[in-house]
Structure formats: C-alpha cells, structure tokens
Design a protein around this ligand. Structure first.
Ligand code: HEM
Ligand SMILES: *[C@@H]1O[C@H](CO)[C@@H](O)[C@H](O)[C@H]1NC(C)=O
Ligand SMILES: *[C@@H]1O[C@H](CO)[C@@H](O)[C@H](O)[C@H]1NC(C)=O
Ligand SMILES: *[C@@H]1O[C@H](CO)[C@@H](O)[C@H](O)[C@H]1NC(C)=O
Length: 390
C-alpha cells in the first residue's frame, strides 16, 4: 500500500537525530521482541478494547515530562494527580510483556521501549496507522520530580498555553499538538473534566454526572473505540469533550489543521505517526538502567522473591552461574583432593559436625560441588510461575 510505505519513510526520517535511538537497536540482541509485544497486546486488546486508550495515555504521560523512561510505572508515582486515572490493566501489561521479553532475550530491553512498542501496536490494532519507532531507551533510576510532573497539560488550558507546553518539549509544530490531541479518538474522561461552555457540553456533563459513580464520557462522541479521524469531525461540529480539545477547532493557528484531518484521515495518520516518534524521542536524563521489574528501580529489589526473580530473569547471571559451576567441576576433577586448600590459606583442622552442615564445615569441596547443582535446581524451579502484581 502506497500510504503505508510513505508512512514508514516519514516515521523513519523522524528518527534521524533521535539521540542514541535507532530502528534496529534490538534487532541482533532480541529478534523476538516485536513479535512478543504484538502478541501480548493483541491478546489483551481482544478482551478489552479500552487497552489502546490506556496505553496511549501512559505513553503520553511517560514521555512528555522528562522523556520516555518508564518513570510513570514506578510505585508512588502513579498514585496521585493526573496518573491516578491510568488504567491498571495497561500498566500491568507493560510488566507482563517485560517478563516475556526478558525470559526470551535476557534483560536487554527497557520498560520504556516496551511502553513505546506496545502503544504503537495498540494504535494500529484499533484501526490507526502502522509505523516504525526508534528504540534504545533506558529506564529512570528514580521517580519524576513534582516540577516535571507539573508540565503535563490541563484540560482547561487554552490553545496558546497548549502550544507553549508542546513547544517547550520540542514539539513546536502546531500540527504536533493537533495530531497528538487526536489520541482522544479513543478513551474516556471523568465527568469533572467535561467542558461546560455551551448547550452540547452542559448536556454531556449533566448526563455523565447523572450516571453511576465512576461513569466516564467517551472523548470521541462519534466512534468512541476506533482509532480514526472522527474526533476531528466532532470538533468541527462543536462536539469536543474537553475545553482543550474544542479550542483546537476555534483557534486560527490550529483550526485549519483540524479541518484537514477531519477531511483526510491519511493526513491525520501520517502526522500522528510523525508526532508520536517525536514525542517518543524527547531527551531525558542520561543515567538509566534496564529494570528487572518495571514497577521498581533495580536498587530497590529488596526481598528474596525479587532477588530470585531478578537473578532468574537475568540470563547473563544464569550463564555466569553455569560457567562458575563448570570451572568448579573442572578444578575438582583436575586437582582432586585438597587442591583448593593448597592455593588458599592453610587447611583448618578438621572440625566435628553433624549431617550435611557438618560435611560442608569439614569439607569445603563438598560444599563447592553441591552449591552450583542447587543453584541450577533453583533456577529451573523459579522460572515457571508467572508473576502477578497490583
Ligand atoms: C493536549 C493536551 C492534553 C490534555 C489537556 C489531555 C487531557 C486528558 C484528560 C483530562 C483525560 C481524561 C482523564 C480521566 O479523566 O481519566 C485524558 C484522557 C486521555 N488522553 Fe489526553 N490529554 C492531552 C493530550 C493527550 C495526548 C498527546 C495523548 C496521546 C497521544 C492523549 C491520550 C489520552 C487518552 C488515550 C485518554 C483516555 C485514557 C483512558 O480512557 O484510559 N492525551 N486526556
Ligand atoms: C505522572 O507521570 C509522570 C511521567 O512519568 C511521572 O513522572 C509522575 O511522577 C506522575 N505523576 C504523579 C502525580 O504521580
Ligand atoms: C448518558 O449517560 C449514559 C451513561 O450514564 C450513557 O449510556 C448514554 O449514552 C448517555 N447519553 C448521551 C446522550 O450521551
Ligand atoms: C490526504 O493526505 C494525504 C497524505 O498527506 C495526501 O497524500 C493526499 O493527497 C490527501 N488527499 C486529499 C484528497 O487531499
């Protein structure tokens, strides 16, 4: 398809200068990556179409404040403010994908990259554009600061303030703001965010609040769950839900773009793919890591279960353990007897002990030959049970 090919070129061109990110970053180290991500997202979305919206919003909140670094997933960050309404199932999906990817490839892919890939797939599975995304991000070591969090825009901002917010993050083309706001072609908002400055919006707000507690309003009133250009059609009919959405159709810097997207879905898709790559390439702090659990920095891996899981996830460590076991076995075979004590400190006088503890206390070599065997057993034991959290 000609448009799809054009889209790929556009997205790839956007990747140039993305600062360390590249389209084939994981091609050699984890060739299974994209297949695993797509499989998990596809299965999850088949059960819950809202997942596309959940992932898109996580992507936006992760990337805008300080660059995509999975800080959004850290415990304590997601409990208040704009993040409290992030979909728990979409957050968990990122960690589920990570576990699968790390089981297949070792800890080579960051949670931040997984957010980007899963969101990209969720968009195309909902009917939106397919596009390539540059990869190679690392995960933050700490939560974002209040100042960084405060840069997320409010639904009560006017267009000037929205343009300023996006420009300050390197999204300086008004088409970036308009196309990315098109993410509201899926998903829902709490009643309290609905604008109330005309009859249509007051009706929506009243009906929403009259519903059961927790009722939400679809952001695209025409096709709520499909990724298409009807959100822009609704804006043209003054049927936008948020003040920040409806403003785009009124302001002369953005209204022409809204009309173009309302009339031409491929124009929206093309710009959306380009702006998503830009949003996904905002530069953050340099220091990062590949988290072994998306919900916690590695240095907070602090209970036995986590240590064991981190160890087992880490194929490098498993490989190292195997190597150590091999070296120990070879040394035992070649040197025999008390070889170890000859190179080390003088042998301790034999001590008395009971049972296995006594055996190990009296004979270090027995301990050394049992230890790697038990480590291997442990690694095979723990690998099976899937981790559930939240
Ligand atoms: C332009 C500035 C933006 C503002 C002021 C804004 C504001 C909001 C608000 C208030 C909600 C409702 C939250 C709730 O009540 O649960 C929301 C939902 C959502 N936003 Fe935005 N947003 C903006 C940009 C974006 C961008 C750039 C994207 C993605 C490309 C995005 C994707 C979404 C999605 C998908 C939802 C629905 C989430 C769900 O149903 O779980 N938003 N947004
Ligand atoms: C919301 O998301 C940002 C982006 O990652 C995160 O850094 C921040 O801590 C979260 N905000 C709150 C209030 O938890
Ligand atoms: C009114 O709200 C209910 C949910 O409470 C919803 O199902 C219905 O579609 C809404 N009606 C209109 C006209 O928006
Ligand atoms: C719609 O947008 C696409 C992509 O920008 C463009 O190639 C095409 O010419 C546009 N179609 C019309 C009818 O304007």
């Amino acid at each position: 398809m000609a448009t799809a090919a054009a889209l790929l070129v556009a997205a790839a061109a956007g990747a140039v200068g993305a600062g360390g990110l590249s389209l084939d970053f994981h091609a050699a180290s984890c060739p299974q990556l994209e297949g695993i991500v797509r499989g998990v997202v596809q299965a999850a979305r088949a059960k819950d179409v809202q997942l596309t919206a959940g992932l898109l919003r996580i992507f936006f909140h992760d990337c805008l404040p300080q660059g995509c670094d999975a800080s959004i997933l850290l415990d304590g960050e997601k409990s208040n403010g704009p993040n409290s309404s992030l979909q728990p199932r979409a957050l968990q999906l990122i960690e589920d994908v990570r576990a699968k990817v790390h089981a297949a490839c070792g800890p080579t892919v960051s949670c931040a990259d997984i957010i980007v890939l899963a969101t990209r797939d969720a968009v195309s599975l909902a009917g939106g554009p397919s596009f390539q995304v540059p990869l190679g991000r690392t995960d933050s070591l700490r939560p974002a600061s209040d100042g960084e969090i405060g840069t997320l825009p409010s639904p009560f901002f006017d267009v000037s303030t929205l343009l300023d917010t996006f420009r300050s993050k390197g999204l300086g083309d008004p088409a970036d703001l308009v196309a990315l706001s098109g993410g509201h072609t899926v998903g829902k908002a709490s009643c309290s965010f609905i604008r109330a400055n005309d009859d249509f919006s007051r009706g929506l707000a009243a009906n929403c609040s009259a519903g059961r507690p927790g009722t939400k309003q679809s952001l695209d009133v025409i096709t709520p769950d499909a990724f298409d250009n009807r959100y822009f059609v609704a804006l043209r009919k003054t049927q936008g839900v948020l003040f920040s959405d409806q403003g785009l159709a009124r302001d002369q810097r953005t209204s022409g773009i809204v009309s173009e997207f309302a009339n031409n879905q491929s124009a929206f898709f093309r710009q959306f793919a380009k702006s998503m790559v830009k949003l996904g390439s905002i530069k953050g702090a340099a220091a990062g890591e590949i988290r072994r659990n998306c919900f916690r920095p590695n240095n907070r891996v602090n209970n036995l279960r986590d240590i064991v899981t981190a160890l087992i996830d880490d194929t490098a460590i498993v490989a190292l353990t195997r190597a150590v076991a091999l070296v120990v076995a070879l040394r035992n075979r070649q040197a025999g007897g008390a070889a170890c004590s000859r190179v080390g400190p003088p042998p301790l006088p034999p001590r008395r002990g009971r049972g296995i503890v006594g055996d190990f206390a009296n004979d270090q070599q027995r301990f050394f030959s049992q230890f790697p065997a038990s480590m291997m057993k442990l690694s095979q034991l723990i690998k099976a049970p899937p981790r559930r959290q939240v």
